[in-house]
Unconditional design. Structure first.
Length: 163
């Protein structure tokens, strides 16, 4: 039986070209503005960045769940997301492409191919990725880094998901 969730966010302008946003589950607010290239303020999140942040965060948490389900151990995951926006006089601004660049660190060469497959799977099932209709390109990197720590074996430095 499907389970349904509802998420709410509210946003309001505070003055000039800035505003605040918050959600029900956090007491923290996010200060935002138009992007600086569109007349907004430096040092504030722009809605375009918040969209990319949502994608990066969703991909990261989705990968963790996919890896846990596969009992896959990894050392680290960093995700960089880059979005290209085209401004058109008639239609306004539109994202034209999003590049998703996850960099997965694994403890051994044997983890490399499985890690690549799990990165692809995470993109396929990430809720935010599926909600975005702009073309998205996955450019994954998997690095093998053995972390020798005196008194530990190399596996102690990994995210243990199979336990």
């Amino acid at each position: 039986m499907p389970v349904e969730y509802t998420y709410r966010v509210s946003a309001w302008w505070t003055s000039g070209r800035t505003g605040l946003a918050k959600c029900e589950s956090s007491p923290n607010t996010i200060h935002f503005s138009d992007a600086p290239e569109m007349g907004g303020l430096e040092g504030r999140w722009a809605p375009e960045q918040l969209l990319l942040c949502a994608l990066a965060g969703c991909f990261t948490t989705t990968f963790h769940e996919v890896a846990r389900g596969a009992r896959f151990d990894y050392t680290d995951l960093e995700v960089e997301v880059e979005g290209s926006v085209r401004r058109n006089r008639n239609t306004g601004c539109n994202f034209t492409e999003i590049l998703l660049r996850p960099r997965l660190t694994v403890p051994s060469e044997e983890h490399r191919e499985v890690g690549l497959g799990l990165l692809r799977r995470a993109k396929a099932v990430c809720m935010i990725s599926r909600a975005i209709t702009v073309p998205q390109t996955l450019e994954p990197t998997v690095e093998v880094v053995k972390v020798p720590v005196e008194g530990w074996n190399n596996q102690d430095a990994t995210v243990k998901l199979g336990a």
